[in-house]
Ligand binder design. Structure first.
Ligand code: ADP
Length: 307
């Protein structure tokens, strides 16, 4: 099976500004893929090239094995994009805008009607179907963008910072909806600078910085590699010979406060607790700390993702 999205050695300059230095990404059919990076990293440029809004300088860009330029009719029909910037269609009501969008993709009238109604309901915009975009709140505009991306039922959904500027409640509702779409088989490419969003939703993430992918993998494998995870245990028995009880583990002991550096805190915690209780220790407090993709980014670039 050809990848849903294949990007190889993708390069783009805007005059003097080098936006993409040779990006490589391959996204499987049905995968939830995150492009995670700070502002200015090249995320929007990458997806704008994929959707034909920006012209690439060099590189391969394919959707299900077809070139996005020479086979643009096919490739565009496969993709729906929810752009970061809001659409500026102020004159028509929401439902008309969605019908127009469906018409643009050649969806038959009856099918378009059903699809529009279903999306308006699912995204909580039913009551606003006759409103104009300027009458909507920021969160509603965001939901409209997503409805517009889905109206032709594309196989691939591209979400560019889909939860930027929305409140916490809506963010969680949208995450739930994205999961539902993913479970229904859609391939999703999400760009975000929210670490939590990428960690929670994505099967795989590519961390992008200064126009280059600097690391790729599942959030779990990446955070494991960063090796910042640990376990802290407080004990009331400072006189026990912890070195021999816990000879299989690397740890520091600060007056009964044990700190373990381990890549798999969940797996090691029960073993450590067992050894300590068998040795007759009294455990007062246990805490695990997990490294996040932020730590991964920090260790790769020396700075935080949102700095
Ligand atoms: P991101 O989406 O990760 O924030 P962008 O793809 O928007 O990053 O930007 C990548 C780089 O390209 C940045 O340095 C940005 O300033 C520059 N850039 C993006 N769009 C344009 C444009 N239309 N003209 C000039 N420079 C641009």
């Amino acid at each position: 099976m050809k990848p849903a999205i294949k990007i190889q050695n993708l390069k783009k300059n805007y005059g003097e500004t080098v936006a993409l230095k040779g990006v490589n990404i391959s996204i499987k059919d049905g995968e939830f893929f995150g492009l995670l990076g700070p502002n200015g990293a090249g995320k929007t440029t990458t997806i704008n090239i994929l959707t034909g809004l920006v012209r690439k300088d060099e590189g391969v860009t394919e959707i299900f094995g077809k070139d996005i330029v020479s086979d643009y009719r096919f490739t565009r029909a496969q993709v729906g994009i929810s752009a970061q910037e809001f659409t500026q269609d102020w004159f028509f009501p929401l439902d008309r805008l969605l019908y127009f969008q469906a018409g643009y993709y050649g969806i038959p009238k009856e099918k378009a009607k059903d699809q529009v109604n279903e999306l308006l309901v699912r995204l909580g915009l039913e009551e606003k179907r006759s409103s104009r975009l300027r009458q909507l709140s920021g969160g509603m505009k965001r939901r409209f963008q997503i409805a517009k991306a889905l109206v032709h039922d594309p196989k691939i959904l591209i979400l560019d910072e889909p939860t930027a500027g929305v409140d916490v409640k809506l963010r969680h509702e949208l995450w739930e909806y994205f999961r539902e779409l993913h479970n229904a088989g859609k391939t999703i490419l999400l760009t975000t600078h929210y670490i939590e969003e990428a960690e929670l939703l994505c099967d795989k993430v590519a961390i992008i910085d200064k126009g280059q992918v600097i690391k790729e993998g599942s959030p779990k494998s990446l955070t494991r590699q960063s090796g910042k995870s640990g376990i802290n245990i407080s004990l009331s028995d400072e006189n026990i010979d912890f070195e021999s009880v816990l000879s299989d583990f690397t740890f520091t002991n600060n007056e009964g406060e044990l700190h373990f550096t381990t890549k798999e805190p969940e797996e090691n915690l029960p073993k450590i607790i067992n050894l300590l209780t068998n040795a007759g220790c009294h455990i007062q407090r246990v805490e695990t700390t997990k490294s996040s993709l932020e730590d991964v980014f920090l260790s790769l670039t020396g700075k935080g993702i949102n700095e």
